[in-house]
Ligand binder design. Structure first.
Ligand code: ADP
Length: 308
């Protein structure tokens, strides 16, 4: 096999109370990537989008992942990658993770599919390190495993793929900039034990709800008393959107990754579209452009479009 074309989905990291340990794949938006195997151990990156991302391999997350694979696996071949990006960088919807995970997945297929999912996560995390300075797996894991993933630990890699409840997600990306580094810097370094206990209850409840398909329990558990109160101040209209979404029937939701995107979970597609409309109109009223995506939870993660 010499060529592969794949569809790589956006992801929602944290899932409200699971800061740095939970992530979920969605269907919309998604990137497409084409990978071709080369005779020499070099990496060529090309973008067909208008996001102005670096094409120099060592500065592109897909490039560093492939360079790391060539180095650690002692490969004699290299790769050419064409990225058609739709997931806007800095959206909080896992743009860098998509390119990093897509590169690891595609290269592995071209090399004979010998690596495990955890090995793909290992290589893809080097891309996250380039993008944010931290080798985290909460966006990468659900792209590779599909559905919802619990990152029990990223060093050593211990990923628990969870059930994919039959729920809809609606995500809004207001066109404002929230730097991941700012969103991390403003977090408190210490938390009170009583707050930690409440948060443990929410995380445990959320995971039990996901596993049991108990939508009411999922809704009751989607509460974050530690990160959201601090981070949400960086996102215009966060409280309004959350309150109105719950009134319209959302089970719950919050900041996607480090923002500025906000996501909600709903049982019915109709509810998701009503919330989508409301989100757009809230931002329209304050002259902020926004993009809204409605889709089911994506149980598959990366999909192969064609390979030959
Ligand atoms: P998101 O918040 O959507 O997950 P990130 O903040 O994680 O996005 O990643 C965006 C950062 O990664 C930007 O600084 C961008 O320049 C850098 N980057 C490098 N290569 C890529 C790539 N192929 N795709 C997306 N971002 C990339």
């Amino acid at each position: 096999m010499k060529n592969i074309k794949i569809k790589v989905p956006a992801t929602v990291a944290n899932l409200v109370c699971g800061f740095d340990i939970l992530g979920m794949a969605i269907h919309q938006p998604y990137d497409e990537m084409e990978l071709k195997i080369l005779e020499e151990p070099e990496v060529i990156i090309r973008h067909t989008d208008d996001f102005n991302l670096p094409e120099e391999a060592s500065k592109n997350v897909a490039g560093v992942v492939l360079q790391k694979m060539i180095e650690e696996l002692n490969l004699k071949n290299g790769f050419e990658v064409i990225i058609h990006k739709n997931i806007k960088p800095g959206s909080g919807l896992g743009s860098s993770a998509a390119s990093a995970a897509g590169a690891a997945f595609g290269a592995n297929r071209l090399l004979g599919n010998n690596l495990s999912k955890n090995e793909l996560v290992h290589f893809a995390m080097f891309g996250e390190e380039l993008a944010s300075g931290v080798r985290h797996a909460d966006n990468i894991a659900p792209i590779i495993y599909g559905g919802i993933s619990l990152v029990k630990s990223s060093h050593p890699i211990d990923i628990i793929p969870l059930n994919s409840p039959d729920l809809f997600t609606v995500a809004v990306h207001p066109q404002v900039e929230v730097k991941t580094s700012d969103a991390r810097q403003i977090l408190k370094k210490n938390i009170l034990l009583k707050d930690a206990v409440e948060q443990w209850g929410n995380i445990a409840g959320l995971i039990a709800g996901i596993e049991k398909n108990d939508f009411s329990l999922i809704g009751r558990s989607l509460n974050d008393i530690i990160v959201e109160p601090v981070r949400s101040i960086l996102i215009p209209q966060f409280d309004t959107i959350k309150t109105k979404s719950l009134k319209l029937g959302a089970l719950g939701g919050g900041i996607s990754g480090s923002g500025p995107s906000i996501f909600m979970l709903t049982e019915k597609e109709e509810t998701a579209y009503k919330i989508a409309q409301m989100m757009e109109s809230v931002y329209h009223q304050i002259d902020i452009e926004s993009f809204v995506y409605v889709s089911k939870i994506n149980p598959t993660g990366i999909e192969i479009i064609e390979e030959n």
